[in-house]
Structure formats: C-alpha cells, structure tokens
Design a protein. Structure first.
Length: 197
C-alpha cells in the first residue's frame, strides 16, 4: 500500500510562518519591551529569516501592531464568552467587565495593550483596534442594556469611552498589585448606578 504525502498549501505555510513571527515577537516584546527588541532577535526566536519577516510585515512596528491586534481580539473573545452566560443585559455587563479584568491578567497583556500599544502605535490606532475588539463588546453590551431598560439612555460613545477608561485604569492598578476584588466591586457598582433614574 502506497502512502500519500500530505502537502500543505502555500497559504498554510504562510499562515504558519506569520504565526511563528507573532508568537516570537509577543514573547520578546513582553520580556524586553518593544524598544529593546530587535528584528534579528525576533527572527532568531522564530527560527526564520529576516526575509520571512519582511515578506509578512513592512517593519517591526507592523509586526507589533499584529501582536496587539491579536491580544485585543483574544480579550474580546473572552469577554463575549463570559458575557454570553448572563441571564440579563445588566448581568452581561458585569460578567463582561470581570472577564476583561481576568483576560488582562494574562502575563504581558497589560503592557502590550495599555502601555506599549499607545506609545508605539499612537492613541488613534489603539482606539481603532479597541473599537474592533474590547470597546466594541462594551458598546454592544451597553446598547443592549439600554434597549432592555436596564441602563439609562445616555450618549453611547462617550459612555463607552469613559467606562473603558475606568476598566483600563483598573487593569493597570491590578497589574501593579492593587486589590482586584476592590476594583471589581467599584466597577460593578458603577454599572448598577447606570440603571438608576
């Protein structure tokens, strides 16, 4: 009986190479920071060539953006997973907020998304990324809660921006050793307060 060789497509090989670069870069950006990480270090850690890096990414900043985008997507996925367990839109906001704080506790994530991300990519780019991921989940949750009458009807974009900033600040404080439960309690109280007329 003759065995058939399974051949991977160019797309599969390309995706695998891209993933190796993102993983190696993430690890180095967390360990050393964006500024202290060089592209030769990234390709060495990935076991690839600089040509492979520049085939997929224009430069180190473009690779960093891909790392940040993936991290933000993973945070949003965790928020959606946890909020999906809620029995009401108001509970979904609280569960989603708790999920955000838990997701941000993944080592390196706070640094990538809240410190280095804005410094390297700029606030406007980070706002776009947040708008596709974490802030989108918060905005959608607030809109659903308003529609259900669980939260007062307020201007959605400013409310999303201000609550997102509160959650980001909590994540930063928790990262540096603040009591996570205290922040969760206060943030849950803020959400409940939005329901009062």
């Amino acid at each position: 009986m003759q065995q058939r060789t399974v051949r991977r497509s160019n797309r599969e090989r390309s995706d695998e190479t891209r993933e190796k670069l993102i993983e190696a870069a993430r690890q180095l950006f967390v360990e050393k920071s964006y500024a202290e990480t060089s592209t030769p270090e990234i390709v060495a850690a990935a076991g690839l060539t600089r040509g492979a890096l520049y085939h997929h990414f224009a430069d180190k900043q473009a690779l960093f953006k891909a790392v940040v985008e993936r991290e933000a997507q993973r945070v949003a996925e965790e928020i959606e997973r946890q909020a999906g367990r809620a029995s009401s839109p108001a509970e979904a906001l609280t569960l989603g907020g708790d999920a955000f704080l838990a997701a941000m506790a993944v080592p390196g994530r706070t640094r990538l998304l809240l410190l280095d991300g804005p410094a390297v990519l700029g606030r406007a780019v980070m706002d776009e990324i947040d708008g596709r991921h974490g802030n989108r989940t918060l905005r959608d949750g607030l809109a659903a809660a308003m529609q259900a009458g669980a939260v007062r009807a307020l201007p959605l974009e400013p409310l999303t921006a201000l609550l997102a900033a509160a959650y980001d600040r909590a994540a930063l404080a928790i990262e540096t050793g603040a009591d996570a439960e205290s922040f969760r309690t206060v943030l849950a109280a803020l959400i409940r307060a939005l329901g009062r007329n």
